[in-house]
Every structure is written in C-alpha cells, then in structure tokens.
Design a protein around this ligand. Structure first.
Ligand code: ADP
Ligand code: MG
Length: 343
C-alpha cells in the first residue's frame, strides 16, 4: 500500500466498483458476461447460468427496530431474484450466508428463515446452501442466486438503441415513503415508548418497503406479449440511477418525462405531508424492485394500455444531456442521487 490515503466517499459506490474491477480479465471460455450488469452469465451447455449476489447489513440496509425478521428474510431473497429477472432469466437456486451476534436467539433466526423459505416457495427457488458465522457488530445477510436463461433471450443493460422507448413496471417511490413513515414512528416511539404507532392508511407504502415482490409476472407478461426488451435493469438504487446505467452502458442518453412517472396517489399525498417532492422520490427513492427496460417503437402497440407498464421516456443519441422534462416543459439534467452507499 502507498502512503496516500483516499477516502471511499471520494470514489463513491460505483466509482469504487469501477476502480477495483478495472482490467479484470476472464480466462474461462464459459464466462459470457462479467462485472457490470444485474448478474453475470456463464455458459452451461447451451443455456446461460446467471449468477448474482447482494448483501444486507444491519444499520445500513435495515433497522431491526421496525423491520420484522420474517419480512427481512423475505426481502433478502426477493431483492436477489429481482436481479435475475432483470436479465430476463428464471431464478433457480440461492445460497444464504449469515453473520449473527449472540443478541439473536434461535427463535429470532427461525423467523428470518421462515421469511426466506416463504419467498423460495412462492418463487419456486431452491435454497441449496450457505454459511453461518458470528458477528461482533450486527446482522449481515448475504444471498447469492443462480438462474437460467436461453442465450437468445438474455437482456443486458447495454442493448438499448436510439429511439427506443423507456418503460417501467408498477409504480415508483412508495418503498421510500414507507421507510419515511417507519422512521417517523421510530422517533415518536423513542420520545414516548407508550405511544401507539400511526400506521393506518399507509399499508401499501409499508408493504413496498418491508415486503417487496420481484416482478416475475412482468417477465412472464413480456414473454406472452412477445416483447423482448433491448435493455433491462431492476430498480434497487432509484429510477434516475438505473436509467443512467442503461444510457451509459448502451452509449446513449436518456430523456424522462415527469408527467409520465407512475406514482401511487396515496404516496403523492404522503410525500406532501412530509414536505417531500413526489418526483424526487420517484427518481431517487430506491428499493422499488420494479423493472426498467427499453423496447423498440414497433413494440409500443403490444404494451400500450397495459396497467402494469408505463412508457416514461426514450433513448436519444450519446452526448446529449440526460434529462428530466418537467411538467412545465423545462429540461433539467438527470443526476443519480439514489443509494450511493459510500457517499
Ligand atoms: P445491483 O444494484 O444490480 O445489485 P451493483 O450496482 O451492486 O448492481 O453492481 C454493479 C456491478 O458491479 C455488478 O455486475 C456487480 O456484480 C459488480 N460488483 C459490485 N461490487 C463488486 C465487487 N466488490 N467486486 C466485483 N464486482 C462487483
Ligand atoms: Mg440489479
């Protein structure tokens, strides 16, 4: 190591990944796709094996004061499956690694596993292994997932073409508002432990935060409609960040229309109550686990009118500013303010 010291935050999460992985070569002919997408792809005799992993750390990704362990287990699996669907693949197996402190009882870990088992049952994925170790500081959950996809069906982040439409599934921002509600009630509880939490009417936002689903149904829907996206990514960090990944990796720019953003009305109302801007939350909130993808204009008629899918913008040529077109028609630069974990 040299004498100079560079702080992690100077590079940020994506800068650090680029820095650490710059110039990594593959020596295996079976490595079809390496770092840089939602999953890696490995040739497995004609089909591609997809491989991805995600880590959840106590105090960073979840707070046990309000995240029930069962939901946390469920979310840990679902967030990984989402990365396989984002490659247009089918998840098949997971391995689960835990670092546990003696603060946890067997009953508590049982709850965590009940949630994991439930997600595996529902999405028809097999839990085939893992690792268990102790932790001095909080709970760490790492899940790795494998999946399968036919080579011709795989969708990368880099395949978008100029003029392609940008489409998002479901709605945006509710998971972030769910987190705001939980944080508010946590503060109220700290001040007055006898107070009853006010969760009424916020069910959808809380569910989106605590027990998200992966969009297996959207992958099936697209196959039924015979629409193969040209590029795809799942929304873990936030719409803006993910749209910029597609643009950068496809060597294009992106335009998003504010008035097209699908946001649940109750989420808009709650954002106002919290003095937050619903557009900002939809763009940067994160943890929606929706799919963001591009399709050619010829496919528009096939998806038009489907309640699960919204066209929110389009891909333009490289070199033009990535922008958000506001309701008043003004173009403002689109920047990623999502979850950059090191910022
Ligand atoms: P996602 O949000 O889909 O989980 P990330 O933003 O975490 O994706 O990661 C982007 C890409 O960088 C992925 O291909 C991932 O495998 C890779 N990556 C992330 N962290 C590391 C690391 N420490 N070493 C090598 N590759 C990494
Ligand atoms: Mg992803």
């Amino acid at each position: 190591m040299s004498e100079t010291r560079t702080e992690l935050k100077e590079l940020g999460e994506f800068g650090l990944i680029d820095h650490l992985t710059n110039g990594i070569n593959h020596c295996q002919a079976s490595t079809v796709l390496g770092i840089g997408d939602d999953a890696a792809a490995i040739d497995a005799n004609g089909q591609l094996l997809l491989l991805s992993t995600d880590m959840l750390c106590e105090g960073v990704h979840f707070n046990l004061m309000y995240a029930p362990l069962k939901h946390l287990g469920y979310k840990a699996i679902v967030s990984n499956l989402s990365d396989i669907y984002a490659m247009n693949g089918t998840p098949t197996q997971v391995v689960v690694s835990l670092a546990l402190s003696n603060r946890f009882s067997v009953e508590a870990v049982n709850e965590l596993y009940a949630g994991m088992r439930k997600a595996c049952d529902l999405y028809e994925v097999d839990l085939v292994g893992g690792d268990t170790t102790s932790s001095m500081a909080g709970l760490v959950i790492n899940v790795a997932v494998t999946g399968l996809v036919n080579e011709a069906d795989m969708v990368k982040r880099s395949g978008a073409k100029k003029g392609d439409l940008l489409v998002v599934s479901g709605d945006l921002g509710s998971a972030y508002m769910g987190l705001q509600i939980l944080e508010r009630e946590k503060e109220v509880f700290k001040a007055a432990p006898s107070a009853q939490p006010q969760f009424e009417g916020f069910d959808y936002m809380l569910e989106r935060q605590l027990k998200p689903e992966a969009r297996k149904d959207v992958i099936e829907l697209l196959a039924q409609m015979e629409v193969k996206p040209s590029a795809m990514i799942d929304i873990s960090d936030g719409l803006a960040s993910e749209a910029l990944h597609i643009a950068k990796q496809s060597k294009l720019s992106v335009k998003i229309y504010e008035d097209k953003l699908p946001i649940d009305p109750k989420t808009v109302e709650t954002a106002q109550e919290f003095n937050l801007d619903a557009t900002t939350i939809a763009l940067s909130g994160g943890e929606d686990y929706e799919l963001l993808f591009t399709i050619s204009q010829e496919d528009y008629d096939k998806i038009k009118g489907n309640p699960s899918l919204t066209v929110i913008g389009y891909m333009d040529e490289e070199g033009i500013e990535n922008s958000l077109i506001t309701r008043s028609g003004q173009a403002i630069e689109l920047t990623a303010q999502g979850w950059n974990h090191l910022a």
